[in-house]
Write a protein that binds this ligand. Structure first.
Ligand SMILES: NC(=O)C1=CN([C@@H]2O[C@H](COP(=O)(O)OP(=O)(O)OC[C@H]3O[C@@H](n4cnc5c(N)ncnc54)[C@H](O)[C@@H]3O)[C@@H](O)[C@H]2O)C=CC1
Ligand SMILES: O=C(O)C(=O)Cc1ccc(O)cc1
Length: 375
């Protein structure tokens, strides 16, 4: 396995900061240099241990480094690439974390010298928050991390960056920039758009005054609408073609539902809602071969303070590592359901016994998630 000694991160915000923290935690990278237009972000990044050194300018940032990770807003790429291109060492690898890949690939091709290796990257984890203060070392644990090689990217570069991603505890997935943009339009960009539309629809009928009544459903469906508008504006514009295509699909589905409701076609309404439920229930089922299968248990818990802490502490004390956790519903005064994904069948049996015999009698088994057995 190849390990880098020195890397540089340009943009020390949520994502750049989290990558720095994750890589420092891995202990595999000797020196991480950070550059940002905000001096305060750089100082904070060094204080929390996301970087070892601050570069005062882009020139110092890209000298003597093995990998450059661009983690700045998409709208800043052009000026950054223009400035760093003449300064790069021949053996450096350039990558990034941008949420759109087709346009990045063209921009890399346009500005970087032909002998420079580059590979696009996009960690599929983040938050509606931004800035270094929201950075977390655990951000990429068990997250998918898309890598989009270009025609000129060598296998050696791909393997090296895959190792770097693995050191962040994420799962590298290789796709073309075009496939990437199609996928994220459906699973990230359209969900953001619908969340934003749900929220602003309230103002259409003077409904914002009812916001205090918003329960779990509204909150779950709209959390991402709190994301940085500047970042999302860039994402929509740079992935315009795929987002427009997905909007058409969404409009078609809405029209179908509207018609079924207007004509009171119960079967069609049921079929649409049933199909949605069947598909949603597969999450976080790992029905691809990308990730190792998880072994699930489901626990009915009282909805009261500290209950999750107790549950995870008991598993931790028994050396059982939680790979995935989902709260299926939690309403005041009622039971909540927690679904936990474990690494092995042994862990599942052990966890079930310990919890059932102890403070969580309502613990049930589920099958291996990516196996039809799972129920
Ligand atoms: N926010 C999220 O959940 C995710 C974001 N991304 C991508 O990550 C990138 C960064 O996003 P965040 O970290 O969320 O944003 P952020 O706003 O938290 O951080 C961006 C940082 O870049 C700095 N910056 C701005 N212009 C710069 C320039 N010219 N040179 C150097 N630094 C500059 C800013 O001062 C800021 O510290 C974006 O391209 C976004 O598409 C990818 C996955 C998830
Ligand atoms: O907050 C969330 O759940 C997100 O999905 C964050 C996110 C935002 C942008 C991306 O390109 C990837 C992930």
């Amino acid at each position: 396995m190849y390990h880098f000694n020195e890397i540089t991160i340009i943009g020390m915000g949520l994502i750049g900061g989290s990558i720095g923290l994750a890589l420092k935690k891995s202990g595999k990278i000797k020196k991480i240099t950070g550059y940002d237009v905000s001096k305060d972000s750089l100082i904070e990044a060094r204080e929390i241990g996301a970087i070892d050194c601050i570069a005062d300018d882009l020139k110092k940032a890209v000298l003597m480094t093995e990998v450059i990770i661009i983690a700045a807003p998409l709208g800043q790429y052009e000026s950054i690439l223009k400035e760093i291109s003449p300064l790069l060492n021949a053996d450096v690898i350039v990558t990034d974390v941008g949420s759109v890949k087709g346009f990045i690939s063209s921009m890399f091709q346009k500005y970087l010298p032909k002998n420079i290796q580059f590979i696009g990257g996009h960690p599929m984890a983040g938050s509606e928050k931004d800035g270094i203060k929201a950075a977390r070392s655990s951000m990429y644990e068990n997250a998918y991390y898309f890598l989009t090689p270009s025609e000129n990217t060598t296998q050696n570069t791909i393997e090296k960056i895959k190792t770097l991603v693995t050191e962040m505890k994420a799962y590298p997935i290789i796709v073309t920039p075009q496939e990437h943009d199609k996928i994220v339009a459906m699973i990230s960009h359209i969900p953001h758009l619908t969340a934003a539309m749900l929220v602003i629809s309230l103002s259409l009928c003077d409904g914002t005054k009812y916001l205090p009544f918003a329960g779990g459903g509204f909150r779950d469906s709209t959390r991402i609408a709190s994301g940085n508008p500047e970042m999302w504006k860039d994402i929509f514009l740079y992935n315009k073609t795929e987002v427009l295509r997905s909007i058409e699909g969404l409009q078609k589905n809405l029209s179908n539902f509207k018609y079924a409701l207007y004509t009171e076609k119960e079967d069609e309404i049921l079929e649409i809602l049933g199909e949605a439920k069947r598909t949603r229930d597969k999450i976080p089922g790992r029905f691809t071969d990308y990730m190792p299968p998880l072994h699930e248990i489901v626990i009915d818990v009282e909805d009261k303070p500290g209950i999750l802490g107790n549950l995870t502490r008991i598993l931790g004390e028994n050396n059982i590592n939680i790979k995935d956790i989902e709260i299926l519903h939690a309403r005041e005064g009622e039971k909540g359901v927690v679904k936990i994904g474990l690494e092995s069948e042994d862990d599942r049996i052990k966890a079930k016994e310990i919890l059932k015999r102890g403070r969580f009698p309502f613990t049930y088994e589920r099958g291996v998630v990516n196996n039809v057995k799972g129920k």
